[in-house]
Design a protein around this ligand. Structure first.
Ligand SMILES: NC(=O)c1ccc[n+]([C@@H]2O[C@H](COP(=O)([O-])OP(=O)(O)OC[C@H]3O[C@@H](n4cnc5c(N)ncnc54)[C@H](OP(=O)(O)O)[C@@H]3O)[C@@H](O)[C@H]2O)c1
Length: 285
């Protein structure tokens, strides 16, 4: 697999997202705990050394699974989490992003994952957050302080605009940016372009179209299935290969709870998109 320097970690560009491991709706225990543990172990055995997670996946489920499956961790494993939200008693997603909440969130991740330091933590802004303001500056201060104290090796941002990234870059290095991006949703293209200019890792979430829709709009798109048939690959492999080719700073974290899907998702490094297939997929954006 191709590598990317994520701070001091040399990570394979195909990593793993842990959001599909808890139960339905990212709530509660996994449907199949043994399979969830096996997915994590198999991923690392296959060379994955970049795992994305959050304390609020479950809540408290993905991190516990990661620790149970993989602790003590390989030295080269980059664990990346995010703060800025929590779950309420009914499982709703709630913004939790005052500076002291962010700090608490970082500490919760360290404790549950069983580490003294994380490779990066993303400051996750709410969907549709307004332009950078004083609140954002205070949030950044909390992230920068956590970095200076050694709790996190790098500051990341999630669900941000170009304006947020530019403001953050005035104050600190940004190790990674995690925004929604896939074949059908390129709204974060300007953010990806800025990351590319600065050599910052861009980590698209929902790369496969996410699990939140009853029918996956990306994997069932007729042009995607046609391209997959032409390539002799699955729709997921086709989509991931297209995404990986966006740039050397693009790191994939497809989410799956399935060993079979994991195997597919990791077998994409050698897929070459011929010009016609690439043009057909490019045109979907
Ligand atoms: N920063 C943020 O706010 C944010 C938001 C969302 C997600 N994330 C991160 O990004 C990661 C990726 O996003 P995501 O997991 O939400 O969505 P995704 O990777 O776009 O898609 C996951 C969905 O695709 C299915 N899938 C996976 N591999 C497949 C395959 N080979 N064939 C067919 N279906 C397949 C999964 O089902 P199975 O489980 O059945 O395979 C699941 O339904 C997450 O795991 C999480 O770590 C971050």
């Amino acid at each position: 697999m191709e590598l990317f320097e994520l701070g001091s970690y040399s990570v394979n560009r195909v990593g793993f997202g842990a959001m599909q491991l808890p139960g339905r709706g990212v709530l509660g225990p996994p449907r199949d705990r043994d399979q969830a543990l096996s997915v994590l172990r198999r991923a690392v055995e296959a060379g994955v050394n970049h795992i994305d997670t959050a304390q609020y996946y479950g809540p408290d489920v993905s991190n516990d699974l990661i620790r149970d499956a993989l602790h003590p961790y390989p030295d080269d494993l980059a664990l990346v989490s995010k703060v800025g939200a929590r779950r309420d008693a009914k499982g709703g997603w709630v913004t939790w992003d005052a500076p002291e909440d962010l700090r608490q969130g970082i500490e919760d991740n360290l404790r549950s994952l069983g580490v003294d330091r994380l490779a990066a933590v993303n400051l996750r802004l709410p969907d549709g957050a307004g332009p950078p303001d004083q609140k954002f500056d205070k949030q950044l201060s909390a992230m920068i302080q956590a970095k200076e104290e050694g709790l996190i090796a790098g500051v990341g941002l999630s669900t941000v605009t170009v304006g947020h990234l530019e403001r953050a870059l005035e104050r600190t290095d940004v190790l990674c940016v995690q925004n929604p991006y896939n074949l059908l949703d390129r709204s974060s293209q300007p953010v990806l372009d800025l990351c590319t200019d600065y050599g910052i890792a861009f980590v698209p979430y929902f790369p496969l179209g996410s699990a939140f829709n009853a029918t996956n709009p990306v994997l069932t798109h007729p042009d995607v299935t046609a391209a997959a048939t032409r390539l002799g690959k699955t729709p997921a492999q086709t989509v991931l290969a297209w995404t990986l080719a966006l740039g050397p700073n693009v790191l994939l974290i497809p989410g799956t709870s399935s060993l079979a899907h994991l195997k597919e998702n990791l077998a994409i490094a050698d897929i070459e998109l011929d010009p016609d297939t690439k043009a057909a997929l490019d045109a979907l954006g």
